[in-house]
Structures are given as structure tokens and as C-alpha cells.
Write a protein that binds this ligand. Sequence first.
Ligand code: AMP
Ligand code: MG
Length: 348
Amino acid sequence: MQLVSGKRVAVAIAVLLCALALFTTACDHLFSPAPEESVTDDAVLFSTFVQIQIHEWPEDTDPQAVISAAFDRMERTGSIVSVYDEDSDISAVNRARGETVQISEEAFFLLEMAYKIWDMTDGAFDPTIGPVVDLWGFYTDDHRVPTDEEIEDALTRVDAERVQMDAADRTVRLPQDMRLDVEALAKGFAARAAAEHLMESGVTSALITSGQSSLKAVGDGPEGRAWRVGLLHPRTDEEVYAAVDLYDGESVSTSGDYQRYFERDGERYAHILDPDTGRPPRTIKSITVITTDTVLADGLSTAFFVMEPDQVLSRVENMDDVMAAMMTADGEIKYCSQMEARIKLTGN
Ligand code: AMP
Ligand code: MG
């Protein structure tokens, strides 16, 4: 387990408080009864607050040891894909200045997922968004509003089609002025790794929290009920605007303009950027996706944040196993028809 220092700790603690607010509200104050017996632990891994709570485990298994090993798996997967870790596989590709680099199986798998989501969302999710994210100062927290010329220039270096990948030897070649960024999938990827470990260990009821925004259910909740998850209100720190039910194997991910942003002259600039305009989109404040695959949930919530609300809903209506609920820029709550049976608005 690795603890981080300085500014990152402050960010991590803020995230932790938000996550706890979300979680306590969701589980204690809303609908789920406190389980009779459960084991919960949390940590800060790859600068991210993570938590695992286990409710049912095999008799001969130590649940605390299972959680520790799951944290190790999360740490490993998180750190091999993080753009914030100089030793990650993604950073190695970014540093290679046009040379071909061989990467780990996990990192290659995640890049393939990134391309799948790029394809599914007509490029709203773009794994080569790095130069634009950098321009707005999100990598260093030294934020600034770039000029039109700077944005135009950075956009010439955002083009997912220019990356060469070879599955046979797991190699990647990135043109030297470009920069990969799969941060939008990292928390979901870590949650997926933890879920794999819990299932391999015979755990039949558990909930994994990865960062402020990704959750994965292993089995149903206590007493065979759904897990009830609160969706944080994007403008009030501790309130939830809705609660949604999560069932065995499902994942939920939220992207929003309140998680990482800066303000200049009364304008809010969020960390998710539209690959077409190079600017933060302004039609959605918060969007939540439920689907089985944790990485897909993470990627789709980021991509949907870039789209128009009605465009998201019509897309989701035509997708199997994908549901979405959102708060739009003007505060309206919208969700797809499959969500109706499992969402409860709190009136906040
Ligand atoms: P998330 O919080 O999961 O929605 O991911 C946001 C992060 O993904 C940002 O901090 C950027 O590093 C990256 N990102 C921003 N815009 C995009 C985009 N359009 N496609 C893919 N990744 C993005
Ligand atoms: Mg995401």
C-alpha cells in the first residue's frame, strides 16, 4: 500500500470525504439496513480513495486478508496505467518519442478497451486527449484558460487513429508529439481487478468503491437485496440527488463537472474535454452509467459527459445492458427508461 504526499493527499482526503458522504448517506440514511456482520477497509492507492466491504465470505477465509490482497491488485493495475505515475506503462509510451514500446498484458487490454469505447461513442471518448488536458493544466493543477490558437494547435495532436498497436507482441507506437491518457478508465480498471480477486477467493457479497466515482457489486447486498447507491448532488457537497439500485455483478460510474475543475472569472472549467472543440462541454453537470463491465461504465460516463443529454438517452435506449441518469446543466434530472424501476429521486 502506497501513501502519497503533499497536494495529492489533500485531494485524496477531499475525495475520501466525498466518498464517505456518498456511501454513508447511501447505505445508512436511505434504504439499506446495516448488515449484521461485515468487514470494511479503505486505503489511498494510486492517489485514489478505495474501499472494500465484504458481507459474505467462505468460512475458512480471512476477509481482512482477502481485502488486503484485493488492494494490492488495485494498486498494481492502477499504477501501470496512470498518467500520473512516471513508471506506468502508459507513461513509458508517452516518453518513447515515437519509438515502439512493448507494454504489459493489463495495459494493452486497457488500451484495447479504450479503443472499443472510442468506437462506441464516435470519438467522444478519446485516449489521445492528453495534449489538450495538459494545455488546461490538469496534469499539474497549474490551471489556465488557453487561447483559441493554443487549443487549435493542441487538437492537431489529438487523433486516436494515429496510434499503432500490435496485439501479437503487445506493442504500441505513438507519434512523438502525442500523449495517451486513459485516466478515465483507471478507477474502473482497478475495481475490476479487485472484483476478480474477491470472486476467486469465494466472496459472494461485497461492494468495491474505487475513487469518488466507480463502484462494483460482487453478489447482491446484505440479505439478498440490491445495493443502494447515492448519486452525489453536483453542487452541494454532501447531499445526494438520487439513489439507484445495483445488483449482482453490476458497476456504476459517475463523471461530472464537480469532481475536478477550476474557476476563472465566474466560469467553471471541468477536467473532461470535448475532443472536437478542446474545451469542457457544458450541457451536463453529472452523469451516471450502470453496466456490467466496470471499465466500460467508467469510460461511458466520461464519454457521455461530452454529449448532449438527449443524444445520450437515445443512445442508451438502443444499448443492451447500459443505463444512464444525469443532472443536466440547467438542473433537470433525466434518465433512460430502463432506469425508471431502480432510481429514487431525493428531491435535493
Ligand atoms: P473521469 O473522471 O473518469 O470521467 O475521467 C476524467 C479524466 O479523463 C480526465 O481527468 C482526463 O485525464 C481524461 N479525459 C478528459 N477528457 C476525456 C475524453 N474526452 N476522453 C477520454 N479521456 C478524457
Ligand atoms: Mg470515467
